[in-house]
Design a binder for this molecule. Structure first.
Ligand SMILES: C[S@@+](CC[C@H](N)C(=O)[O-])C[C@H]1O[C@@H](n2cnc3c(N)ncnc32)[C@H](O)[C@@H]1O
Length: 268
C-alpha cells in the first residue's frame, strides 16, 4: 500500500478493513489507553454537553459517541467508513441512545446545514484525514456562533514518524526519542492495541492498517485559527498518578511525554 495515493478513498478502505477487529477489541475494553487514560481525560476536558446538539467527527463504531450521549449530548456521529457506521447503527438499534449516524467526510460535512450544532467533538480522528484545513472549516460552518470545537489527536510533537522508547537494562523507561518531526509525507502504519501488560507485542496476526498524515504542532494550531476559531484551551493530559505507579506502560507517558493533545476552540 506504500505506493497508493493516500486520499480519503484509501482512508475509507483502510478503516473498512479495520472495522470488524476494531469494533470487537474496543467493545471488549481492549483499547487500554482509551479506557484508562485518553477517554477519562477527554470527558473532563470537553465542555458541558447536556441538552446540546453535538456532532462527533470521525465517530468510528461509536463507543465514544455513546459515552457522550450518556453525558446528555444529543448526538450525531459521522464517519467515512461505511463498515464502522454499520456497526455503530447496529449498536444503536440494540441499545437506543437517540444517536443518529451518517456516512460522510468530516472535511465536507455534506449531510449538515450551516449552524446545525452547538458543539463538535472529535476523538483521535482528525489526524487520520488528509485535509485538516477543510475539516476545520467544515466544523466551523456547521457550528452555531458561540459553539465549541473540542478534539483530541496523537500529540504531534511526540508521536512523530520515528519514535523509540529509551530503556535501561531493567526495562525502565528513561525517555522518548523522537525523529522526523518535520516530515509531511503520509504513510501507512500497522499496529494493534497493546496487551494487558501494555507491551505492543511482535508479529501481530491481525494488525490495524491506518493511513497517517504527520503534521507539526504549529500546523494544528494555525489550522484551527485559520478556520476562524478562537482557541480557548489546550491540554496535554497525563495518565493519573496512581495508574502511572501501577502500570509502567502508562508511567512512561506520565513521566516523559504526553501521548495526546487536546484543543478546545470557539466559533466567536
Ligand atoms: C482512530 S478511529 C477513531 C474513532 C472514534 N472517534 C473513537 O475514538 O473510537 C478514526 C476514525 O476516523 C475516521 N475518519 C478518517 N478520516 C475521516 C474523514 N475524512 N471523515 C470522516 N471520518 C474519517 C475513520 O474512518 C475512523 O473511523
Amino acid at each position: 500500500m506504500t505506493d497508493t495515493i493516500l486520499d480519503e478513498a484509501a482512508v475509507a478502505a483502510a478503516w473498512n478493513r479495520n472495522a470488524d477487529l476494531w469494533t470487537r477489541e474496543v467493545r471488549h475494553g481492549r483499547d487500554l489507553y482509551r479506557e484508562l487514560y485518553t477517554l477519562p481525560a477527554f470527558l473532563a476536558f470537553m465542555p458541558p454537553i447536556a441538552g446540546r446538539r453535538v456532532l462527533d467527527l470521525g465517530c468510528g463504531e461509536g463507543s465514544n459517541t455513546r459515552s457522550f450521549a450518556r453525558h446528555g449530548g444529543v448526538m450525531t456521529g459521522i464517519d467515512l467508513s461505511t463498515e464502522m457506521i454499520e456497526r455503530a447503527r447496529q449498536e444503536e438499534a440494540r441499545e437506543p441512545l437517540g444517536i443518529s449516524y451518517q456516512i460522510g467526510s468530516f472535511s465536507e460535512l455534506a449531510p449538515f446545514g450551516d449552524e446545525d450544532f452547538d458543539c463538535a467533538l472529535s476523538t483521535m480522528a482528525l489526524m487520520d484525514g488528509p485535509d485538516l484545513g477543510a475539516s476545520l472549516r467544515a466544523a466551523f460552518r456547521v457550528l452555531k456562533p458561540g459553539g465549541t470545537l473540542c478534539f483530541s489527536v496523537l500529540h504531534p510533537c511526540f508521536i512523530t514518524p520515528a519514535i523509540e522508547w529509551l530503556t535501561d537494562g531493567t526495562g525502565a523507561h528513561l525517555g522518548l526519542r523522537v525523529g522526523r518531526y518535520f516530515e509531511r509525507t503520509p504513510f501507512v502504519e500497522h499496529w494493534r492495541f497493546s496487551r494487558r501488560d501494555g507491551t505492543e507485542g511482535q508479529a501481530p496476526r491481525e494488525p490495524f492498517t491506518v493511513p497517517r498524515f504527520p503534521r507539526t504542532l504549529s500546523e494544528y494550531v494555525n489550522a484551527v485559527i485559520d478556520a476562524g476559531f478562537r482557541i480557548v484551551r489546550i491540554e496535554e493530559p497525563r495518565p493519573g498518578e496512581e495508574l502511572a505507579r501501577r502500570h509502567e506502560w502508562l508511567g512512561r507517558w506520565y513521566r516523559h511525554a504526553p501521548l495526546v493533545l487536546f484543543v478546545s476552540a470557539v466559533k466567536a
